[in-house]
Design a protein around this ligand. Structure first.
Ligand code: XMP
Ligand code: MG
Length: 183
């Protein structure tokens, strides 16, 4: 579905699928250069990163591998607590690997901080982050993000893997969810 299919549910379209595709092509070219010859392991965080992983990996011209983690944040409702439970761990040994974590969105940064500490303890050769979206005004912890697609306003967005109550992940564009949907 695209934004026109669910127009009443969005107050604003922030990025169209064409804009996302163009930005991903730029990031892929950068990653091609930075990881040439190193067969990086792309680590996706389920479920939100499925779309960006699928599109980024296919835009790359270098060899890469992919693996997945599923995590769940402890704490109430929409507030990230930063304490994370691993629901599905990686199948791949990270020792000596060039690991690039592929994320849909960084909000407070608490979830990713915990995850990066966990992954760093497994002794990868390098460990970096690619995030399709980031909300700079919401970040509570300074995280070094090597590759960022777009910075977003501090509002709840859906689409391109991002959901509200499980819905809208299959929206090709990214937009701000209308308050009537969640109030
Ligand atoms: P923190 O705050 O720890 O959490 O960086 C990041 C995770 O929170 C979810 N998240 C969102 N999901 N629209 C969404 O659909 C949003 O605007 C949004 N902000 C944060 C997401 O799961 C992300 O991985
Ligand atoms: Mg996520």
């Amino acid at each position: 579905m695209d934004a026109a299919d669910i127009a009443p549910d969005l107050t604003k379209v922030l990025y169209t699928s064409a804009e996302i595709e163009a930005r991903l092509a730029e990031l892929a070219a950068q990653i091609d250069r930075d990881y040439a010859g190193s067969n990086p392991l792309l680590v996706g965080v389920l479920n939100g990163a499925v779309m960006v992983m699928a599109d980024l990996s296919r835009a790359l011209k270098i060899d890469c591998e992919m693996d997945w983690m599923a995590i769940s944040s402890y704490g109430s409702g929409t507030q990230s607590s930063g304490v994370v439970r691993i629901l599905k761990d990686l199948n791949t040994d990270l020792v000596g690997r060039h690991v690039l974590v592929v994320e849909d969105i960084i909000d407070t940064g608490l979830t990713l901080t915990y995850l990066m500490q966990n992954l760093a303890s497994r002794n990868p050769a390098t460990l970096k982050i690619m995030a399709m979206f980031r909300k700079p005004d919401a970040m509570k912890i300074d995280i070094d993000v090597a590759y960022v697609g777009f910075d977003l306003p501090n509002q709840f967005v859906v689409g391109y893997g991002l959901d509200y109550a499980g819905k809208y992940r299959n929206l090709t564009d990214v937009g701000i969810l209308a308050p009537h949907v969640y109030s």
